[in-house]
Write a protein that binds this ligand. Structure first.
Ligand code: XMP
Length: 421
């Protein structure tokens, strides 16, 4: 039985900023959940809410009959269907207090409750977790480990496309500092052999995805755990719920386990599925994860694979990895790392003429991309200082064999995507 904090349910009648609104109320230590207006009343009551806030943007058409089912629940209601905005946070908090919320929901408390929930759910069984080194899976690993220690085994697959020093960092943090059961699998050769000669971006993604599942499933089968830990977070769930009951209306489908073979039947342990991204980060910090893991830029699952245009060769992948490390190092040194959403290098399989060490060279191009974004749906190019870009360029051309030209990508999204592939 899950422990339930004092919960306020925000009912979405068509409010674009509802996630932000729910998050802003949580900042005042009041636990909020978001549900679509099509939710069955029983589902609302399962969460034992102490009050409801009905939200819509100004001008959203009325939904005849939708409101009555909430009114019939006999709970206090704050009606913001004529337009819910950022300024309403204070009014919403005042309403929550009238409903009896004590403002005592903190991340420390969340951790205590999550640990108790995990222990209750898992008992003395084993849990397996795919650790990518990203924020969500790292925090979930630390949280489940706090709850059940060595009953958890993390599987970290090196698909050969990781950034420089990434395998070392993940092993250092988890196996060494956390004394965690970590199964490290270096499958680089397997992936790179399968990717040989493949230039089509979709094909590359498919190969990486398929191999990843196979390698993970092989490792998980040996561990023989009935439970699978997952780093599902609240936006993954919210964005997979259609507002109007029509499944085609979802922003993205939540199918983290969709790819696992059918004979692998796991029960899921998803302890941060009710948290927003920055709350997940707070939990990670409280659990002692280093900033290097917690505050890093978002990084795509297929990793350098989507930043290397054209067929991936070991030598050109090496160029990209080295160039990317230089970009990150210089960005950090200049104090710009945390001022950008993502900044990275791309390998461009085009050779151009240049002069290196006084000699004619005919080498490859590296592109640098730096963007800011709120939700990755749109992105703006960051105007990095010219001097910083020059330093990156000078080091890349000098230190990375095979590269003699560096360009800066000035394309916003749209029309460009963030990644090149
Ligand atoms: P695009 O390139 O579509 O990227 O503008 C939007 C955001 O999503 C990230 N991205 C991925 N993340 N697996 C991931 O986990 C992927 O296959 C993937 N492809 C893109 C990208 O880094 C950006 O933040």
């Amino acid at each position: 039985m899950k422990q339930t904090p004092e919960t306020i349910v925000l009912v979405n009648f068509g409010c674009e900023g509802i996630q932000k609104f729910a998050r802003a109320i949580r900042d005042r230590h009041i636990y909020t959940m978001v549900m679509p207006c099509t939710v069955p009343a029983e589902r609302v009551m399962e969460e034992k809410p102490v009050g409801l806030i009905l939200c819509a943007d100004a001008g959203t058409p009325e939904r005849p009959g939708a409101r009555e089912k909430f009114e019939a629940l006999n709970l206090p209601i704050l009606d913001l269907t004529s337009g819910a905005g950022a300024n309403d946070v204070d009014a919403a908090v005042a309403f929550c207090c009238q409903c009896g919320c004590t403002g005592s929901w903190t991340m420390e408390k969340f951790i205590d409750e999550a640990v108790a929930d995990i222990r209750r759910q898992v008992g003395d069984a084993k849990v397996v977790l795919g650790l990518s080194g990203g924020v969500d899976s790292s925090v979930v690993a630390a949280l489940i480990h706090k709850a059940i220690g060595k009953q958890l085994t993390c599987v970290f697959v090196n698909h050969g496309l990781l950034r420089k020093n990434e395998p070392e960092l993940v092993q250092e943090v988890f196996a060494r500092n956390f004394d965690m059961n970590l199964c490290y699998i270096d499958a680089s050769d397997r992936f790179l052999d399968k990717l040989k000669g493949v230039g089509d971006p979709e094909q590359k993604r498919k190969i990486i995805g398929r191999e990843f599942i196979e390698v993970f499933a092989e490792a998980a089968a040996k561990i023989n755990a009935p439970f699978l830990g997952q780093g599902t977070i609240y936006p993954d769930i919210l964005e997979s719920i259609p507002l109007d009951g029509n499944p085609n209306g979802v922003i993205k489908s939540h199918h983290n386990v969709g790819g696992l073979p059918k004979n692998m039947k796991f029960k899921l342990v998803e302890p941060v599925e009710r948290l927003f991204k920055d709350e997940v980060r707070q939990v990670g910090r409280l659990l002692g994860l280093p900033s290097e893991l917690i505050d890093r830029h978002p990084f795509p699952g297929p990793s350098l694979g989507v930043r290397h245009v054209g067929p991936i060769e070991r030598n050109t992948l090496h160029m990209l990895r080295e160039a990317d490390a230089i970009v990150t190092e210089e960005l950090t040194k200049a104090g710009w790392y945390h001022k950008t959403w993502q900044t990275f290098a791309i390998f461009v399989p085009v050779k151009t003429v240049g002069i290196k060490n006084g000699q004619r060279s005919y080498d490859y191009v590296i592109a640098i991309r730096s963007i800011n974004s709120v939700d990755a749906v749109t992105a703006q190019v960051v105007r990095l200082p010219w001097e910083l870009l020059e330093t990156m360029m000078e080091r890349i051309v000098r230190e990375v064999d095979g590269v003699n030209r560096v360009v800066y990508d000035i394309t916003a999204k749209p029309p460009g995507t963030i990644e090149w592939e």
